[in-house]
Design a protein around this ligand. Sequence first.
Ligand SMILES: *Cc1c(COP(=O)(O)O)cnc(C)c1O
Length: 400
Amino acid sequence: METRDFIRLEDTYGAHNYKPLDVVISKGEGVWVWDVDGKRYMDCLSAYSAVNQGHCHPRILKALVEQAQKLTLTSRAFRNDQLPLLEKELCELTGYDMVLPMNSGAEAVETALKAVRKWGYTVKGVEDDRAEIIVCSGNFHGRTIAVVSFSSEPQYKAAFGPLTPGFAMVPYGDAAALEEAITPHTVACMIEPIQGEGGVVVPPKGYLQQVRQICTRHNVLLVADEIQTGLGRTGRLFACEWENVRPDVMVIGKALSGGFYPVSAVLASREVLDVFRPGDHGSTFGGNPLGCAVARAALRVLVEEGLVERSEELGNYFMGRLARIESEHVKEVRGRGLLIGVELKKEAGGARRFCEALQERGLLCKETHHTVIRFAPPLVVTKEELDWALEQIEPVLMMP
Ligand SMILES: *Cc1c(COP(=O)(O)O)cnc(C)c1O
């Protein structure tokens, strides 16, 4: 079978909810992937930051294989010998009191929403069924009905109604608007410290700190969705650390498993996560021993290989070099660590054609919001590999 055969099969039998680049990948190692013709590409998306540790990291692979040979799933009707260890290690690494494991990011977001609503009713004393949660325009928190209900992207929710009530939207980066939106029914405010899908949008300096203070002042929980920004991507374990902000609830996923398996989690204080009673919430696969063993290995790799520090150092280097490319198409280069967005001017004709030209030269990137090229290679990337990438990027940005 050739590339076009795979594409034809997928287009015939698969729902068309994505429009992928026409590259059919069959192998990955570190920052590199190979297509079915054997052509090699550098992965500059890292599966939306799920493969921060690099493709098929040998230590995570070993943990996966060893655990898969022993025990994969018990459901949480019974206990398993991996979940408690992951929970302890996550709490020790992050300083939170408790963990609730799920699978996909969207499920962890839903879990956080349930937790803060129940906290609102049982701890804060909000009137029954009146809880409000404040979110930001340009947000991306996943694709479930409740989550798309508060998206500002019309396509994400058009024709999927009726939508879920209980959410208020304020402009991202505007702390005063957030404070004004707080009512006696507000239980939480949920933010991304950098909006990844929104186009690598970095809020104004001091914003996260102001949001933290406002939430504290009004007894409103601060929920950070660090599914994409967390676990080293921005050069800190969590992007909130850039402003020394400690959210009450932290949502993680993606790189929590290094791309091997869907593992997500909600981290919070005992006051928040202790609202759940047996039967309140659950997931057949959430906290399964295979996912937990993989996540434990993925976290060890992150820490022991110094990937967080590496992301800061190489991110500074990469972003500096990108910013020095004198292209008439570039409006702005922004980001933190190895989460970098190159925003193109309107006249550039969209980011897609640049991504296709980069694909020709062996770099896989994905445009976000039509005008932004996101560069987010696995954190195991070397300086030499980034230099090679820059040699490809420069001529593409200089195209007419
Ligand atoms: C990817 C992402 C999600 C959703 O995660 P899924 O695993 O795709 O459900 C939620 N929030 C943010 C910030 C994300 O980047």
